[in-house]
Write a new protein. Sequence first.
Length: 402
Amino acid sequence: MEGDRIEEVTLVHSPVDEISHLALDIGGSLIKMVYFSTSREQPIDKTQNNSSRDSHGGVSRGSKDGRLLNGRLYFLKFETSKINECLDFISSKQLHYRGHQHCGFPASDKNIIKATGGGAFKFADLFKEKLGISLDKVEEMSSLVSGANFLLKAVPSEAFTYVNGQRNYVQIDHNDLYPYLLVNIGSGVSMIKVDGDGKYERVSGTSVGGGTFWGLGKLLTKCKSFDDLLEMSHQGNNRVIDMLVGDIYGGMDYLKIGLSSTAIASSFGKAVSENRELEEYRPEDVARSLLRMISNNIGQIAYLNALRFGLKKIFFGGFFIRGHAYTMDTISVAVDFWSKGEAKAMFLRHEGFLGALGAFMNYQLVEEFPDSIRLMGEKTRDPLVGDLTDNGVIECCVQASN
């Protein structure tokens, strides 16, 4: 699959009859998938006020009828252009058969799954034709907010800053979480002011996002995939193509307005004055300049919107980031520069799955998640998926009622 989904070998190991629920976020570039798989079922320990701690550190809670589901949430991705591979995967693992009586969920012959994103409308007929699935559409902005709120409240060390090449995890005060700005960078960018559970407003956005990077990158470098383009940018030097302040001022800073000689005055600006064709530039340098331009722009617009509404916390999500060091560094520097050091960009470990997770939260049978759940997953690195290999699994407990 060439990196189209996360932890393929690790994730696809649960027996089919343990699968409980599946949710999708079908975007313009990527399909994000979240599904829940049970691992075991335990009775309530009535000696501990309907709450006990399991051997893995996850908090277990009793349900109304005394049944409890311990399991894991799995996270996968596919390219939307290869949607048939997603359909084949769902079919091969029978993920669309929702609910199994033995694991606490009522069995269902109705193949209805939660889905969000524009593709939930665009591909509804395809899912029905190929798998007999009806897509129960969940509003996109609502899903993003629900997913972000859940992660920030429930997953330890979900949010972090990225400064000087170092991740610094942020402890979230649940009593002081709101309001915040959620910047979701997918094919395009949405900026959402979040005031509480179910309380939000999309206040801004930009069409210059992940789809722009991928689209222009494909045209300019002939790169075949988003991940290959990211890897290519890692080997590049944007100063070959970008016009810097020092190029204009003879190598000097422009200190009167706070610009160093290395600040970018014009993205791709050197190409104007040089008599060179595209083929004479290294694709790596083009990719680097493109990534820098888009990341800088998003960071600046995000801070200006935070300033507009007096928001102190800015969280960045979406599959554009992918845990990529240069992307996070550029966004962080942009927020730091425009805020004069007063604001910090914060990133999310499960950055690309906010919408899919939010759609999953809309299943009525998922009554309650624990206050604290343990993050699971391999800590290995895969160049195709960057830092996402430790984002594949969350161990959790879900109540079920019959």
